[in-house]
Design a protein around this ligand. Structure first.
Ligand code: ADP
Ligand code: MN
Ligand code: MN
Ligand code: MN
Ligand code: MN
Length: 384
Protein backbone atom coordinates (compact mmCIF):
# COMPACT_ATOMS: atom_id res chain seq x y z
CA UNK A 1 0.00 0.00 0.00
CA UNK A 2 0.94 3.59 -0.58
CA UNK A 3 1.60 4.34 3.07
CA UNK A 4 4.10 1.51 3.32
CA UNK A 5 6.01 2.72 0.30
CA UNK A 6 6.07 6.14 1.83
CA UNK A 7 7.37 4.76 5.08
CA UNK A 8 10.34 3.31 3.18
CA UNK A 9 10.80 6.70 1.63
CA UNK A 10 11.12 8.13 5.15
CA UNK A 11 14.54 6.51 5.60
CA UNK A 12 15.89 8.98 3.08
CA UNK A 13 15.28 11.50 5.88
CA UNK A 14 14.39 14.65 4.04
CA UNK A 15 11.85 17.02 5.52
CA UNK A 16 9.54 16.42 2.58
CA UNK A 17 9.64 12.65 2.99
CA UNK A 18 8.73 12.98 6.65
CA UNK A 19 5.72 15.07 5.71
CA UNK A 20 4.52 12.52 3.16
CA UNK A 21 5.04 9.54 5.40
CA UNK A 22 3.25 10.79 8.37
CA UNK A 23 -0.17 11.28 6.91
CA UNK A 24 -1.89 8.57 4.87
CA UNK A 25 -4.27 11.29 3.67
CA UNK A 26 -1.58 12.89 1.57
CA UNK A 27 -1.13 9.63 -0.37
CA UNK A 28 -4.73 9.67 -1.66
CA UNK A 29 -5.48 11.09 -5.09
CA UNK A 30 -7.72 14.05 -4.30
CA UNK A 31 -8.90 14.44 -7.90
CA UNK A 32 -10.93 11.19 -7.92
CA UNK A 33 -13.66 12.64 -5.71
CA UNK A 34 -14.23 15.39 -8.24
CA UNK A 35 -15.61 12.84 -10.74
CA UNK A 36 -18.41 12.02 -8.32
CA UNK A 37 -19.01 15.60 -7.27
CA UNK A 38 -19.76 16.34 -10.91
CA UNK A 39 -22.58 13.75 -11.01
CA UNK A 40 -26.05 15.16 -11.14
CA UNK A 41 -28.02 14.47 -7.92
CA UNK A 42 -31.73 15.14 -7.21
CA UNK A 43 -32.22 18.89 -6.77
CA UNK A 44 -34.24 18.55 -3.57
CA UNK A 45 -31.74 16.22 -1.90
CA UNK A 46 -29.27 18.31 0.06
CA UNK A 47 -26.36 17.25 2.26
CA UNK A 48 -26.02 18.78 5.70
CA UNK A 49 -22.94 18.39 7.91
CA UNK A 50 -24.05 18.75 11.54
CA UNK A 51 -21.21 20.06 13.75
CA UNK A 52 -21.06 20.05 17.53
CA UNK A 53 -18.61 20.43 20.40
CA UNK A 54 -17.86 17.22 22.29
CA UNK A 55 -17.41 16.66 26.03
CA UNK A 56 -13.83 17.97 26.01
CA UNK A 57 -15.23 21.44 25.32
CA UNK A 58 -12.62 21.92 22.60
CA UNK A 59 -12.98 19.20 19.98
CA UNK A 60 -15.42 19.30 17.09
CA UNK A 61 -17.47 16.30 15.98
CA UNK A 62 -19.61 16.01 12.88
CA UNK A 63 -21.88 13.73 10.94
CA UNK A 64 -23.67 14.12 7.65
CA UNK A 65 -27.28 13.61 6.67
CA UNK A 66 -29.31 14.08 3.53
CA UNK A 67 -32.30 16.43 3.74
CA UNK A 68 -35.41 16.43 1.54
CA UNK A 69 -35.42 20.14 0.79
CA UNK A 70 -33.04 23.04 0.56
CA UNK A 71 -33.01 24.75 3.98
CA UNK A 72 -33.27 28.54 4.03
CA UNK A 73 -32.81 28.96 7.80
CA UNK A 74 -32.19 26.88 10.94
CA UNK A 75 -35.96 26.56 11.40
CA UNK A 76 -36.01 24.30 8.32
CA UNK A 77 -33.52 21.92 9.92
CA UNK A 78 -34.56 18.97 12.09
CA UNK A 79 -33.03 18.20 15.48
CA UNK A 80 -30.89 15.08 15.45
CA UNK A 81 -29.48 12.54 17.89
CA UNK A 82 -26.06 11.01 18.37
CA UNK A 83 -24.28 8.61 20.68
CA UNK A 84 -23.09 10.85 23.49
CA UNK A 85 -21.30 7.93 25.17
CA UNK A 86 -18.74 8.07 22.35
CA UNK A 87 -18.07 11.79 22.75
CA UNK A 88 -17.55 12.00 26.56
CA UNK A 89 -21.08 13.39 26.93
CA UNK A 90 -23.26 10.54 28.20
CA UNK A 91 -23.23 7.02 29.64
CA UNK A 92 -23.87 4.01 27.40
CA UNK A 93 -27.16 3.08 29.09
CA UNK A 94 -28.68 6.52 28.36
CA UNK A 95 -26.58 7.72 25.48
CA UNK A 96 -28.91 9.54 23.09
CA UNK A 97 -27.87 13.18 23.01
CA UNK A 98 -29.72 15.80 20.99
CA UNK A 99 -28.35 18.24 18.43
CA UNK A 100 -30.26 21.48 17.98
CA UNK A 101 -29.37 23.45 14.84
CA UNK A 102 -28.33 27.05 15.66
CA UNK A 103 -26.52 28.46 12.64
CA UNK A 104 -26.23 27.55 8.99
CA UNK A 105 -23.32 28.03 6.57
CA UNK A 106 -22.59 27.19 2.94
CA UNK A 107 -20.36 24.12 2.77
CA UNK A 108 -17.03 24.90 1.03
CA UNK A 109 -16.21 21.18 0.89
CA UNK A 110 -19.26 20.45 -1.26
CA UNK A 111 -19.33 23.48 -3.53
CA UNK A 112 -21.69 24.17 -6.39
CA UNK A 113 -24.78 22.59 -4.80
CA UNK A 114 -26.96 23.69 -1.91
CA UNK A 115 -25.11 21.66 0.71
CA UNK A 116 -24.70 23.21 4.15
CA UNK A 117 -22.81 23.11 7.42
CA UNK A 118 -25.11 23.22 10.42
CA UNK A 119 -23.66 24.35 13.74
CA UNK A 120 -25.52 22.76 16.65
CA UNK A 121 -25.54 22.82 20.43
CA UNK A 122 -26.13 19.73 22.53
CA UNK A 123 -28.80 18.59 25.02
CA UNK A 124 -29.12 15.69 27.47
CA UNK A 125 -32.09 13.32 27.56
CA UNK A 126 -33.72 15.55 30.24
CA UNK A 127 -33.67 18.51 27.83
CA UNK A 128 -30.94 20.40 29.71
CA UNK A 129 -27.82 21.63 27.93
CA UNK A 130 -24.86 19.24 28.26
CA UNK A 131 -22.04 20.54 30.50
CA UNK A 132 -19.92 21.47 27.45
CA UNK A 133 -22.78 23.43 25.87
CA UNK A 134 -21.70 26.98 26.79
CA UNK A 135 -23.75 28.45 23.97
CA UNK A 136 -27.08 28.10 25.75
CA UNK A 137 -25.92 30.20 28.73
CA UNK A 138 -24.33 32.80 26.44
CA UNK A 139 -27.59 33.10 24.48
CA UNK A 140 -29.50 33.55 27.77
CA UNK A 141 -27.10 36.34 28.82
CA UNK A 142 -27.37 38.12 25.46
CA UNK A 143 -31.17 37.94 25.69
CA UNK A 144 -31.01 40.03 28.88
CA UNK A 145 -28.96 43.00 27.67
CA UNK A 146 -31.43 44.86 25.50
CA UNK A 147 -30.07 46.98 22.67
CA UNK A 148 -26.44 47.47 23.79
CA UNK A 149 -25.26 45.74 20.61
CA UNK A 150 -22.18 43.84 21.83
CA UNK A 151 -19.63 43.30 19.08
CA UNK A 152 -16.90 40.69 19.32
CA UNK A 153 -13.81 40.26 17.16
CA UNK A 154 -11.66 37.21 17.89
CA UNK A 155 -8.03 36.63 16.89
CA UNK A 156 -7.52 32.90 16.56
CA UNK A 157 -3.90 31.76 16.84
CA UNK A 158 -2.96 28.17 16.02
CA UNK A 159 0.03 25.98 15.29
CA UNK A 160 0.54 23.49 12.47
CA UNK A 161 2.06 20.14 13.36
CA UNK A 162 3.25 17.08 11.57
CA UNK A 163 1.19 14.06 12.61
CA UNK A 164 4.12 13.06 14.85
CA UNK A 165 3.40 16.18 16.95
CA UNK A 166 6.45 18.22 15.89
CA UNK A 167 5.67 21.73 14.54
CA UNK A 168 5.33 21.60 10.77
CA UNK A 169 8.53 22.47 8.92
CA UNK A 170 10.73 22.26 12.03
CA UNK A 171 13.84 20.07 11.76
CA UNK A 172 13.39 16.53 13.14
CA UNK A 173 16.37 17.03 15.39
CA UNK A 174 17.00 20.52 16.71
CA UNK A 175 15.18 23.80 16.42
CA UNK A 176 14.67 26.61 13.94
CA UNK A 177 16.58 29.87 14.45
CA UNK A 178 15.20 31.96 17.35
CA UNK A 179 12.01 34.02 17.00
CA UNK A 180 12.32 37.36 15.24
CA UNK A 181 12.01 36.99 11.46
CA UNK A 182 8.82 34.91 11.32
CA UNK A 183 5.98 37.25 12.40
CA UNK A 184 4.27 38.55 9.25
CA UNK A 185 7.26 37.14 7.36
CA UNK A 186 7.79 36.00 3.80
CA UNK A 187 10.15 33.41 2.28
CA UNK A 188 10.61 29.65 2.32
CA UNK A 189 12.90 29.83 5.37
CA UNK A 190 10.36 31.81 7.42
CA UNK A 191 6.87 30.75 6.55
CA UNK A 192 5.38 27.26 6.30
CA UNK A 193 2.10 26.24 4.62
CA UNK A 194 0.82 29.58 3.39
CA UNK A 195 -1.21 27.64 0.79
CA UNK A 196 -3.25 26.12 3.57
CA UNK A 197 -3.82 29.53 5.17
CA UNK A 198 -5.00 31.08 1.91
CA UNK A 199 -7.29 28.14 1.15
CA UNK A 200 -8.82 28.63 4.60
CA UNK A 201 -9.55 32.30 3.95
CA UNK A 202 -11.40 31.60 0.72
CA UNK A 203 -13.33 28.67 2.20
CA UNK A 204 -14.43 30.79 5.19
CA UNK A 205 -15.59 33.63 2.95
CA UNK A 206 -17.55 31.15 0.83
CA UNK A 207 -19.16 29.69 3.95
CA UNK A 208 -20.45 33.08 5.11
CA UNK A 209 -18.09 33.66 8.03
CA UNK A 210 -17.27 37.27 8.95
CA UNK A 211 -13.61 36.58 8.23
CA UNK A 212 -11.34 39.57 8.92
CA UNK A 213 -7.72 38.67 8.07
CA UNK A 214 -4.68 36.47 8.60
CA UNK A 215 -1.04 36.80 9.59
CA UNK A 216 1.99 34.58 10.17
CA UNK A 217 2.83 34.51 13.87
CA UNK A 218 5.97 34.93 15.98
CA UNK A 219 6.77 31.20 16.26
CA UNK A 220 7.45 29.40 12.96
CA UNK A 221 4.46 27.21 11.93
CA UNK A 222 2.18 29.41 14.01
CA UNK A 223 -0.54 31.48 12.33
CA UNK A 224 -3.44 33.74 13.19
CA UNK A 225 -6.74 34.68 11.61
CA UNK A 226 -9.45 36.99 12.85
CA UNK A 227 -13.24 36.90 12.73
CA UNK A 228 -15.55 39.83 13.36
CA UNK A 229 -16.39 42.31 14.56
CA UNK A 230 -19.84 40.71 14.66
CA UNK A 231 -22.91 41.26 16.76
CA UNK A 232 -23.85 38.89 19.60
CA UNK A 233 -23.32 35.18 19.00
CA UNK A 234 -22.21 35.43 15.37
CA UNK A 235 -18.45 35.82 16.07
CA UNK A 236 -18.47 32.76 18.36
CA UNK A 237 -20.47 30.64 15.92
CA UNK A 238 -18.15 31.78 13.14
CA UNK A 239 -15.07 30.92 15.17
CA UNK A 240 -16.22 27.33 15.74
CA UNK A 241 -17.10 26.81 12.09
CA UNK A 242 -13.83 28.44 10.94
CA UNK A 243 -11.90 26.05 13.23
CA UNK A 244 -13.70 23.11 11.62
CA UNK A 245 -12.92 24.40 8.12
CA UNK A 246 -9.25 24.87 9.08
CA UNK A 247 -8.94 21.34 10.43
CA UNK A 248 -10.66 19.88 7.35
CA UNK A 249 -8.31 21.66 4.96
CA UNK A 250 -5.30 20.66 7.05
CA UNK A 251 -6.59 17.07 6.95
CA UNK A 252 -6.41 17.24 3.15
CA UNK A 253 -2.85 18.53 3.28
CA UNK A 254 -1.89 15.86 5.83
CA UNK A 255 -1.05 18.49 8.43
CA UNK A 256 -2.44 18.68 11.97
CA UNK A 257 -3.82 21.85 13.54
CA UNK A 258 -3.34 22.29 17.26
CA UNK A 259 -5.10 24.95 19.30
CA UNK A 260 -2.99 24.11 22.32
CA UNK A 261 -2.01 27.40 23.98
CA UNK A 262 1.63 26.38 24.51
CA UNK A 263 2.67 23.75 22.00
CA UNK A 264 6.42 24.31 22.53
CA UNK A 265 7.96 25.05 25.90
CA UNK A 266 10.77 27.56 26.32
CA UNK A 267 11.39 30.74 24.35
CA UNK A 268 8.56 30.10 21.90
CA UNK A 269 5.36 32.15 21.93
CA UNK A 270 2.18 30.46 23.02
CA UNK A 271 -1.14 30.83 21.21
CA UNK A 272 -4.14 32.86 22.30
CA UNK A 273 -7.55 33.96 21.17
CA UNK A 274 -7.48 37.70 21.95
CA UNK A 275 -11.09 38.82 22.19
CA UNK A 276 -11.95 42.36 21.15
CA UNK A 277 -15.15 43.74 22.61
CA UNK A 278 -17.31 46.84 22.30
CA UNK A 279 -20.86 48.07 22.84
CA UNK A 280 -22.84 50.80 21.13
CA UNK A 281 -21.85 53.16 24.01
CA UNK A 282 -18.13 52.35 23.62
CA UNK A 283 -18.23 52.97 19.88
CA UNK A 284 -20.04 56.32 20.25
CA UNK A 285 -18.36 59.73 20.80
CA UNK A 286 -16.69 59.77 24.25
CA UNK A 287 -16.99 55.96 24.45
CA UNK A 288 -13.65 55.69 26.25
CA UNK A 289 -15.58 56.32 29.49
CA UNK A 290 -17.68 53.19 28.92
CA UNK A 291 -14.48 51.30 28.04
CA UNK A 292 -12.81 52.36 31.29
CA UNK A 293 -15.93 51.44 33.29
CA UNK A 294 -15.91 47.95 31.75
CA UNK A 295 -12.20 47.51 32.50
CA UNK A 296 -12.84 48.53 36.12
CA UNK A 297 -15.47 45.78 36.39
CA UNK A 298 -13.14 43.25 34.76
CA UNK A 299 -10.42 44.07 37.30
CA UNK A 300 -12.73 42.73 40.03
CA UNK A 301 -13.63 39.46 38.27
CA UNK A 302 -10.20 38.21 37.14
CA UNK A 303 -10.76 34.70 38.56
CA UNK A 304 -14.12 34.25 36.84
CA UNK A 305 -12.53 35.17 33.55
CA UNK A 306 -9.47 32.95 33.94
CA UNK A 307 -11.84 30.04 34.66
CA UNK A 308 -13.87 30.77 31.53
CA UNK A 309 -10.88 31.39 29.24
CA UNK A 310 -9.68 27.85 28.62
CA UNK A 311 -11.45 24.47 28.65
CA UNK A 312 -9.57 23.36 31.78
CA UNK A 313 -10.65 26.36 33.88
CA UNK A 314 -7.23 28.01 33.88
CA UNK A 315 -4.94 24.97 33.79
CA UNK A 316 -4.14 25.36 30.08
CA UNK A 317 -3.50 29.07 30.42
CA UNK A 318 -1.08 28.48 33.32
CA UNK A 319 1.45 27.29 30.74
CA UNK A 320 0.88 30.33 28.55
CA UNK A 321 0.21 33.39 30.74
CA UNK A 322 3.68 33.59 32.25
CA UNK A 323 4.27 37.34 32.10
CA UNK A 324 6.76 36.98 29.24
CA UNK A 325 6.50 36.45 25.46
CA UNK A 326 3.73 39.07 25.04
CA UNK A 327 1.58 37.76 27.90
CA UNK A 328 0.57 38.98 31.35
CA UNK A 329 0.80 36.95 34.56
CA UNK A 330 -2.18 34.62 35.13
CA UNK A 331 -2.39 35.67 38.79
CA UNK A 332 -3.10 39.34 38.47
CA UNK A 333 -5.31 41.63 36.37
CA UNK A 334 -3.56 44.44 34.50
CA UNK A 335 -4.38 46.79 31.65
CA UNK A 336 -2.74 49.47 29.54
CA UNK A 337 -2.75 51.46 26.31
CA UNK A 338 -0.80 49.79 23.47
CA UNK A 339 0.76 47.39 26.01
CA UNK A 340 0.98 43.69 25.03
CA UNK A 341 2.12 42.43 28.44
CA UNK A 342 -1.25 43.09 30.08
CA UNK A 343 -4.58 41.27 30.57
CA UNK A 344 -6.52 43.98 28.73
CA UNK A 345 -5.09 46.30 26.09
CA UNK A 346 -6.65 49.50 24.80
CA UNK A 347 -5.30 49.96 21.27
CA UNK A 348 -3.44 53.23 20.70
CA UNK A 349 -5.93 54.29 18.04
CA UNK A 350 -8.83 53.82 20.45
CA UNK A 351 -7.15 55.94 23.16
CA UNK A 352 -6.49 58.66 20.59
CA UNK A 353 -10.02 58.64 19.15
CA UNK A 354 -11.56 58.44 22.63
CA UNK A 355 -13.88 55.62 21.53
CA UNK A 356 -13.90 52.13 20.07
CA UNK A 357 -13.16 48.80 21.79
CA UNK A 358 -10.76 46.96 24.06
CA UNK A 359 -8.82 43.72 23.66
CA UNK A 360 -8.91 40.97 26.30
CA UNK A 361 -5.62 39.12 25.75
CA UNK A 362 -6.25 36.34 28.28
CA UNK A 363 -8.37 33.77 26.36
CA UNK A 364 -6.31 30.77 25.27
CA UNK A 365 -6.28 29.57 21.67
CA UNK A 366 -8.38 26.51 22.61
CA UNK A 367 -10.98 28.55 24.50
CA UNK A 368 -14.69 28.18 23.96
CA UNK A 369 -15.70 31.60 22.59
CA UNK A 370 -19.21 31.13 24.01
CA UNK A 371 -17.69 30.95 27.51
CA UNK A 372 -15.33 33.89 26.86
CA UNK A 373 -17.91 36.21 25.32
CA UNK A 374 -20.50 35.10 27.88
CA UNK A 375 -18.18 36.07 30.74
CA UNK A 376 -17.55 39.49 29.14
CA UNK A 377 -21.29 40.10 28.87
CA UNK A 378 -21.99 38.98 32.44
CA UNK A 379 -19.23 41.09 33.98
CA UNK A 380 -19.36 44.21 31.79
CA UNK A 381 -23.06 44.44 30.88
CA UNK A 382 -25.07 42.46 33.42
CA UNK A 383 -22.94 43.42 36.45
CA UNK A 384 -23.12 39.84 37.70
P1 ADP B 1 -3.82 42.98 17.00
O1 ADP B 1 -3.07 41.82 16.43
O2 ADP B 1 -3.12 44.27 16.86
O3 ADP B 1 -4.25 42.73 18.41
P2 ADP B 1 -5.90 42.35 14.96
O4 ADP B 1 -5.96 43.22 13.79
O5 ADP B 1 -5.31 41.00 14.78
O6 ADP B 1 -5.19 43.17 16.17
O7 ADP B 1 -7.36 42.11 15.53
C1 ADP B 1 -8.18 43.14 15.94
C2 ADP B 1 -9.61 42.66 15.82
O8 ADP B 1 -10.44 43.56 16.54
C3 ADP B 1 -10.19 42.69 14.42
O9 ADP B 1 -10.03 41.51 13.76
C4 ADP B 1 -11.68 42.94 14.64
O10 ADP B 1 -12.42 41.73 14.56
C5 ADP B 1 -11.75 43.42 16.08
N1 ADP B 1 -12.45 44.71 16.19
C6 ADP B 1 -12.25 45.85 15.50
N2 ADP B 1 -13.11 46.81 15.88
C7 ADP B 1 -13.89 46.26 16.86
C8 ADP B 1 -14.98 46.73 17.66
N3 ADP B 1 -15.44 47.97 17.54
N4 ADP B 1 -15.54 45.87 18.54
C9 ADP B 1 -15.08 44.63 18.67
N5 ADP B 1 -14.07 44.12 17.95
C10 ADP B 1 -13.48 44.92 17.05
MN1 MN C 1 -24.55 3.60 14.23
MN1 MN D 1 -3.82 39.97 15.87
MN1 MN E 1 -1.35 37.35 17.31
MN1 MN F 1 -4.26 40.89 19.52
Amino acid sequence: PATQQLRLFRTSNTARATFLVNSPNTALDKSILQRYRNLETPANRVQATYLWIDGTGENIRLKDRVLDKVPSSVEDLPDWQYDGSSTYQAHGENSDTTLKPRAIYRDPFKPGKNDVIVLCDTYNADGKPTPSNKRAAFQAAVDKIGDQEPWFGIEQEYTLLDVDGRPFGWPDNGFPAPQGPYYCGVGADRVYARDLVEAHTVACLYAGIDFAGTNAEVMPAQWEYQVGPSNGLKASDDLWVSRYILQRIAEEYGVVVTFDPKPMEGQWNGAGAHTNFSTKAMRAEGGIKAIEAAIEKLSKQHERHIKAYDPKEGKDNERRLVGRLETSSIDKFSWGVANRAVSVRVPRGVATAGKGYFEDRRPSSNCDPYAVCGALVRTCLLNE
